[in-house]
Structures are given as structure tokens and as C-alpha cells.
Design a protein around this ligand. Structure first.
Ligand SMILES: [Zn+2]
Length: 286
């Protein structure tokens, strides 16, 4: 705990004060369990079954604790700071810039990325190592940001019902003071949702939104398609990629879906037909 506190404190050193305090709350709550966001949730949840933003953030902290319980943060303050700064710039381009966005690199060789409700985003060290340029990382981070923006994790808990309870029931437990039950249900829900994945249509939507966020942030919007092209060449049997393949539509299907969406937004062309960013650059610099 102390190590990643140091890491995250280092990573927030150059962000603004409001952001820093929000990030610190996140870390504090990982240790303490329920924080001030959950306190706000307690007062509001009695009145409504819907999950409001404080509740969403509180539940996200439980999900983040579950992820960090499985894989710690990578002990590289520079990498943590870099991903945090990049991620925060991207979130400024979105309709929810004031969430307590926090980015982290998990110490894991596999290729994966995760988000929690409320704005915690994690990528693995193995994913970072396999990026060819910053635009690709922007594509991946923006995809995860989109899941948070559109509350895809809450939707999965509501609609799938695989555990026999939804997110509203989880936070309702907190409102009733059943803290042990609240944490137990949140843990089960997090494990289930991260192993089974989100609705496929939500994955396609996250891809489409990611491209727009990247473009707004001044990055090459073809970064995400380039990552998907890389994934096309990977085997689902490769243990570094197996969880990603299990929890997402195939890279082929994602590229097809993006191709349709991007033609109307970015102009037509055969950019997606196996071309790399480098090839495209050559095409335009002849
Ligand atoms: Zn996704």
C-alpha cells in the first residue's frame, strides 16, 4: 500500500490541486474502504434506485481496489506520471471532465486495459510495451474513458443480472448500513464483470467514441484502428492476449464496425485495408 501511495502521489505532483486532491481521495479510500463519496451516496440512495455520480464513483473505488488486489501498480513513477498526464488531457475533451479521473499502469505482462465506474483507468505494463506510438496509447485510453463516460459497467450490472443483483442493489446495501455485504457484492460484481466483459454493442460504441476523443485531443484518430490491426495478428491462445479476446468482440469485427463509422466522419478511403500508420504517411508524403 505504501509503495503505490508514493507512486500515485508522485504521479499527481504536477497536476492541479483539485485533481490532486481527488486522486488522493481515491488512494485513501482503497485503504479505508468507504470514503466521502460513499457518504454522499448514503444520503441519496434511499430516495432513488438510480445510481447517481457519487454512488458511481464510490462503486468504482471498490472495483479499482479489486483490480489492484489482483495486480499491483507498476513500480515506475515516470510511467505512472506519463499515463496520468496523457489520460487527463484526453478526459478534458469529454463531457465528464470533472470526474476524479485516475490512470495507472498495472504490473502485468499481459495486454489489457480496464476501467471502473467513476473514472479509474488501468493499462498493463505489457500493453504499454507493445504500443508503437502515442496515438495508439491514446486510442486505448480513450476506449476505456468512453466506457466510463457512457456508464457501460453500470449498464452491464443492470442488464446482465448474472449475479442475481444489479448495481442499484449493491449501493442500496450501503445505504442500509450493510457495509460488509456492500463490499462483498461489489467485489463479486467486479470479478464477474472483468472476467466476462461488457455488452458487445458497448465495446463498439467505446471504439467509436475513442476515435472522436483522440481527434479532439489533437492525436491521430487512426491510433485505435492501428492497435486493432496489431491484435488481428495475435492468437487468442496466447495467454498475454486471451483475457482481452474473451472479453471483447474480435479485432476483425471491431475494425469492420469502426470502418463503417469512420468513413462518414473522416472521409472515405481504403485506410483500414491492412495499412499501417507509417504506410499512410508515405502515401501522403510522396
Ligand atoms: Zn472495452
Amino acid at each position: 500500500m505504501r509503495n503505490f501511495q508514493k507512486l500515485l502521489i508522485a504521479s499527481i505532483a504536477i497536476t492541479c490541486c483539485a485533481s490532486a486532491s481527488a486522486q488522493f481521495d481515491f488512494i485513501k479510500n482503497l485503504g479505508n474502504g468507504i470514503g466521502k463519496h460513499a457518504e454522499a451516496a448514503k444520503n441519496l440512495i434511499e430516495q432513488t434506485k438510480e445510481i447517481d455520480e457519487p454512488q458511481e464513483i464510490a462503486l468504482g473505488q471498490e472495483f479499482a481496489a479489486t483490480l489492484l488486489g489482483a495486480k499491483p501498480l507498476w513500480n515506475d513513477a515516470g510511467a505512472q506520471r506519463y499515463v496520468n498526464n496523457l489520460g487527463r488531457w484526453l478526459t478534458l475533451q469529454t463531457e465528464r471532465p470533472d470526474l476524479p479521473w485516475t490512470f495507472g499502469v498495472l504490473d502485468d505482462d499481459g495486454f489489457n486495459a480496464f476501467a471502473t465506474p467513476g473514472g479509474n483507468i488501468f493499462v498493463t505494463r505489457g500493453l504499454l510495451a507493445r504500443m508503437h506510438n502515442e496515438s495508439e496509447l491514446v486510442g486505448v485510453l480513450s476506449h476505456e474513458i468512453a466506457h466510463v463516460l457512457r456508464k457501460h459497467y453500470l449498464a452491464a450490472l443492470k442488464t446482465k443480472g448474472f449475479l442475481g443483483f444489479g448495481a442499484d442493489l449493491i449501493v442500496n446495501n450501503y445505504a442500509k448500513g450493510n457495509l460488509a455485504e456492500y463490499k462483498e457484492m461489489a467485489l463479486k460484481a467486479a470479478k464477474e464483470v472483468y472476467s466476462k466483459g461488457l455488452d458487445k454493442s458497448d465495446e463498439y460504441e467505446a471504439d467509436r467514441i475513442a476515435v472522436v476523443i483522440a481527434a479532439r485531443a489533437g492525436y491521430d484518430p487512426y491510433g485505435l484502428p492501428a492497435v486493432l490491426q496489431t491484435l488481428q495478428s495475435k492468437s487468442s491462445q496466447d495467454s498475454n492476449f486471451s483475457l482481452l479476446f474473451e472479453t471483447h468482440p474480435s479485432p476483425n469485427d471491431r475494425i469492420d464496425s469502426l470502418d463503417k463509422a469512420m468513413r462518414s466522419r473522416f472521409g472515405s478511403g481504403n485506410w483500414i485495408a491492412g495499412k499501417t500508420i507509417e504506410e499512410r504517411l508515405k502515401e501522403f508524403s510522396r
